[in-house]
Design a protein around this ligand. Structure first.
Ligand code: DGL
Length: 264
């Protein structure tokens, strides 16, 4: 990687690429280092302690490579480990927050659906967020077990993914949801499928852009934004099967991806 210090971004797998894209678009001169912890994917059905251990190991790798900021591009990992990461590292540690606030503001009928993993849905951090807004709207949380695995398999539009998604979305539609929060960074990759099920009148809201803005704000405050004028390098690492994963990475990133092997 070039001389400048990179921003480290990680997720359990390819989901965080949906956030990485926003970061790269907003901060094109920054060098980025992305880790997919694919060997341990999915995080959403694992005990929080296991997810925490993985996050600490990935963060140690990023710190060793002198990353100037860390982005936990995973809602499940943020809920499990962001406090611990912030206690350990002095650099900015940006975590995900499901976009409940904008969804509540947008919703006319004040009925908002939130799609998330079981890990996020059961976490204290997430439930605090839900209680904060529960006076202003009816918030219906829908855990989506199995969905991340479909996306990791590259099944973004197939019949099985549609049927699984329908089983999660139909109860929400029946209850009059008019804003839907994507509370997992994998889900933006199936938003066309979600749209085809919920129709045009439901807002689909994700957090990637807001996270990129927050990252920019924090680096700006520290005078640590890149002074380079050329585009930053983007490096990809995976703890899983690289040969099998590279085509999906390329498809979701929108260009060829050379995956480095992360042995952690
Ligand atoms: N992408 C992660 C999130 O935002 C979860 C994926 C997983 O379950 O591994 O919650």
């Amino acid at each position: 990687m070039s001389g400048q210090r990179a921003i480290g971004v990680f997720d359990s797998g390819v989901g965080g690429l949906s956030v990485l894209k926003h970061i790269h678009r907003r901060l094109p001169h920054e060098s980025l280092l992305y880790i997919a912890d694919s060997q341990y994917m999915p995080y959403g059905c694992k005990p929080a302690a296991v997810v925490q251990d993985r996050c600490m190991a990935l963060a140690a790798f990023l710190a060793e490579r002198r990353c100037k900021a860390m982005v936990v591009a995973c809602n499940t990992a943020t809920a499990a480990a962001v406090a611990q990461l912030r206690a350990q590292y002095a650099c900015p540690v940006i975590g995900m927050e499901p976009a409940v606030k904008p969804a509540v503001q947008y919703s006319r009928g004040k009925v908002v659906g939130v799609l998330a993993t079981r890990g996020t849905a059961g976490s204290e951090k997430f439930n605090r967020l839900i209680s904060r807004f529960s006076q202003q709207a009816r918030l219906i949380v829908q855990p989506c077990p199995g969905l991340v695995e479909r996306i990791e398999a590259g099944e973004l539009a197939g019949e099985q993914t549609r049927m699984l998604l329908q089983s999660f979305l139909e109860p929400l539609m029946q209850q009059g949801v008019d804003a839907l929060v994507l509370g997992c960074t994998h889900y933006p990759f199936i938003s066309p499928l979600i749209r085809s099920i919920v129709g045009e009148d439901v807002a689909i809201i994700e957090s990637g852009e807001a996270i990129a803005r927050e990252l920019e704000r924090q680096l700006q405050r520290r005078h640590e934004l890149s002074a380079h004028r050329r585009r930053g390098a983007v490096e990809f690492w995976s703890s899983g099967d690289r040969a099998g994963a590279a085509p999906l990475f390329g498809r979701l990133w929108g260009g060829p991806v050379a995956l480095n092997r992360l042995a952690l």
